[in-house]
Design a protein around this ligand. Structure first.
Ligand code: ADP
Ligand code: ZN
Length: 434
């Protein structure tokens, strides 16, 4: 049976959901026009007034918002609410540059807690879950986002944060943790330590994990499930929109439901900025239609994915998005060919000998781009015949090369060589930029 948190909203018939979205969009357009100088100016420049939003499709008349706009208006210039109504700020982890700030009113914190509670419920959690939040606490939205959602759901919440891994494993066992929330790379790190410390899956009560904050592949999911003995779910979000809980997989795991009564999604062509239809891959764009602190209109996430035009078996009516294949700004251009680290990851992990730790090193030698991938393999393979190791290497080089349409060199390293991450992993070292 499907486990909902707010069944009425999660299963709302499309026609009613769309009416609610339109009402909220109209209110939002009026609100930001009145409260936020940035949006009033932008809307005036494009000759649009709040009253011009008559149907949902009028969304495309509104201007886009970019990460650069947030930077230009650092720190508080994008807020619509008055400063005395802002109760919290977060800032993006700055993976791709200077900090961007997000401000929340109490209304926004409540919405966030609710969408996170929905997300936890979609992953099978309930009041009787014991949830270990191992996302970092602080300016990064992962920790506090999951924390408030877990409490809102009524579950037992352990504010572990990331790090102190041995103690976390002890808590898994002693506190009978059922649910793990962290980045997929930290989940693998925990799995490594678990093995080193001599724990077995049966020492724990883990049922599910909600993993996100960085791209990860289907193949990585299988590795995590296998090593930790839980069902691994994909959760997505970004601080500019609210934090984790913008979208979440349900038990069907055929994409992640976007909580559409709060976040209006679009997919656009990042070059022409034209909206694309269902099934077409492009840049994900969100309009927050219920937030009051720092609502954003048509925010360009730079994350690439597509929307799925099929009703989900779980009964939720909110549209699903596919996995993020990468950000438009972590796409590598190697010898003129576009490559996403996630394509490499999928090709690597189809072979069972490979450990789920890798690093991509790009360099330019004599004006030619070269790509080398360091991959960890199981230790026993090093004592194997050289011939077998060579075969494995060439097979892997073939698999990856054909997945990305350019030649790669694989370099095997022993377990533990590649630096582990307790937050977001750094997969690519691009020496051309150094
Ligand atoms: P940043 O990493 O830009 O400093 P955030 O900490 O807010 O900012 O992270 C949000 C970004 O993390 C998203 O825009 C997306 O690129 C990535 N992300 C979050 N969840 C997922 C996920 N489940 N799959 C892939 N990428 C994700
Ligand atoms: Zn579903």
């Amino acid at each position: 049976m499907t486990n909902y948190y707010e069944k009425e909203f999660e299963t709302m018939p499309r026609a009613i959901l769309e009416r609610l979205q339109l009402e909220r969009l109209q209110t939002l357009a009026g609100y930001v026009y009145e409260k936020c100088d940035f949006y009033r100016k932008k809307m005036d420049e494009s000759g649009i007034k709040p009253a011009d939003i008559k149907r949902l499709s009028d969304l495309k008349k509104l201007p886009f918002t970019t990460k650069q706009d947030l930077r230009d208006n650092y720190p508080y210039g994008m807020f619509s609410a008055s400063m005395s109504d802002i109760v919290r700020v977060h800032a993006s982890s700055g993976t791709t540059g200077k900090l961007t700030v997000a401000g929340y009113t109490q209304n926004d914190i409540d919405i966030w807690s609710t969408v996170m509670a929905r997300s936890l419920a979609a992953g099978g959690c309930s009041r009787s879950s014991i949830i270990n939040v191992a996302y970092g606490y602080g300016l990064f939205t992962g920790g506090l986002g999951a924390h408030y959602g877990s409490e809102q759901l009524g579950a037992l919440t352990i504010p572990a944060s990331s790090g102190n891994t041995k103690r976390q494993l002890q808590m898994f066992k002693d506190f009978k943790v059922t649910t793990l929330c962290c980045t997929p790379s930290y989940a693998l790190y925990l799995a490594d330590e678990m093995e080193k410390e001599g724990y077995k899956i049966s020492d724990f009560n883990l049922e599910q994990g909600l993993f996100g904050a960085e791209p990860w592949s289907e193949e990585m999911r299988l590795q995590i499930q296998d090593k930790l003995g839980l069902k691994a779910y994909n959760i997505y979000g970004l601080s500019e929109i609210i934090g984790p809980g913008v979208s979440m997989e349900c038990e069907c795991q055929c994409g992640s439901h976007i909580w559409e009564d709060h976040f209006l999604p679009e997919i656009i062509d990042p070059e022409t900025l034209e909206p694309l239809g269902y099934g077409k891959q492009g840049e994900l764009v969100f309009t927050t239609i219920s937030k009051t602190g720092m609502p954003l209109i048509r925010y360009r996430t730079r994350d690439l994915c597509s929307l799925i035009d099929e009703p989900c078996k779980c009964g939720r009516t909110h549209v699903c998005m596919t996995r993020i294949i990468g950000r438009s700004d972590d796409m590598l251009i190697i010898g003129g060919v576009n490559v996403f680290p996630s394509q490499i990851e999928s090709a690597l992990f189809t072979m069972k000998e490979i450990e789920p730790h890798y690093q991509i090193i790009v360099d330019r030698v004599n004006n030619l781009d070269k790509i080398e991938i360091q991959v960890e393999i199981k230790d026993e393979l090093f004592s194997d015949e050289v011939k077998n190791l060579q075969n494995l290497k060439s097979q892997l080089e073939k698999n990856v090369s054909s997945a990305i349409s350019i030649g790669v060199k694989i370099h095997f390293v022993s377990r533990g060589t590649i630096e582990r991450s307790q937050g977001k992993a750094v997969r690519v070292i691009d020496k051309r930029r150094i």
